[in-house]
Design a protein around this ligand. Sequence first.
Ligand SMILES: [Zn+2]
Length: 77
Amino acid sequence: MAELTGRPAPFGIAADLWEILACPCPEHAPVRADEETGRIVCTSCGRSFEVRDGIPVMLLDEAIGPDGEAPSASVDG
Ligand SMILES: [Zn+2]
């Protein structure tokens, strides 16, 4: 049975693209959408990637590490 999540294309990124998106880390692990932060998160290394204008920025240089080290991101609250 197919799963109906009701959100086939988070962040305006086509479902087809989600299928082929992978983290640039050595594991090339699949990624998931983190709707709390609006970022793309690797399921292996935990790095997160920005989405700019509906385009995922899958660059290790721009990624935030799993410990939350952020170059310029602000945290609400
Ligand atoms: Zn990764």
